[in-house]
Design a protein around this ligand. Structure first.
Ligand code: FPP
Length: 238
């Protein structure tokens, strides 16, 4: 089970309270902590969190540097908890634009959590799915077989994803928007979409469980006809 989350709405949460946007990100980091633990307890195999898109570099410098600091602090405080809970932590996305301190923190977290046998936690930082697909495509050799599994392996390679992650089963987005925002476009080919009616800092364990319950009720068809429609009279399944 691979769950991916677009964590949207920190800025609005803060603005509604007369606080600076960075206060929303700090509150959002607390939500990350509780959702990671809820996911691990629920038996999720892979959890991918969209923390910073490549497009987010166009935000004011004060906000981007506050976010980078927050990621570093998160790694500093959460690595030990990940080790205790056997969670393997992995940061995916570009690394060449991250600061040296953050890079070192990422490498250290990944090294210290590498022995985990439980959930694989992927945090997407400076991530653009289109850029990853283009980069993976450049690595495809003209000769030789290439199926979707092999392409996925290439994508994981360009994203610095240390362990096989598989396609996304459930994509959750908070923040009242309904778009993909360049997140895991290849991996979400057959993902079930769930839009939580709240801002990210308001999302908690019960909202996460509601998303999982909703997912459990979905009928996934992967292009086949529905089980209760053996003649396919309702047309092509999606
Ligand atoms: C999008 O909402 C959110 C972000 C660009 C940052 C996400 C960061 C966190 C959830 C906190 C830190 C993360 C980790 C992994 C420690 P927005 O701020 O653009 O909200 P808005 O749409 O209301 O402006």
């Amino acid at each position: 089970m691979h769950v991916a989350i677009i964590m949207d709405g920190n800025g609005r949460w803060a603005t509604q309270r007369g606080l600076p946007r960075t206060a929303g990100h700090i509150e959002g980091a607390k939500t990350v902590r509780s959702v990671v633990e809820a996911a691990a307890r629920s038996g999720v195999d892979v959890l991918t969190l969209y923390a910073f898109s490549s497009a987010n570099w166009s935000r004011p410098a004060g906000e981007t540097s506050a976010l980078m600091r927050l990621f570093g602090q998160y790694l500093f405080t959460e690595t030990r908890r990940c080790v205790e809970q056997s969670i393997r932590l992995n940061v995916i996305g570009r690394r060449d634009r991250l600061g040296d301190n953050l890079l070192r923190a990422i490498e250290q977290s990944e090294r210290l959590t590498a022995g985990g046998t439980g959930m694989h936690l992927r945090i997407a930082v400076d991530y653009s799915s289109q850029a990853s697909i283009l980069q993976a495509a450049r690595r495809v050799r003209a000769e030789g077989p290439l199926d979707s599994d092999a392409f996925m392996a290439l994508l994981n390679e360009v994203d610095h994803c240390a362990y096989p992650s598989g396609e996304v089963d459930l994509l959750i987005r908070t923040g009242h928007e309904r778009r993909l925002s360049d997140f895991l476009l290849w991996e979400c080919a057959y993902a079930e979409l769930y839009f939580a009616d709240c801002l990210w800092p308001e999302f908690g364990e019960s909202e996460f469980k509601a998303a999982l319950d909703d997912f459990a009720r979905r009928q996934r068809r992967f292009g086949r006809v529905a089980a209760h429609d053996p003649l396919g009279i309702r047309g092509e399944g999606t």
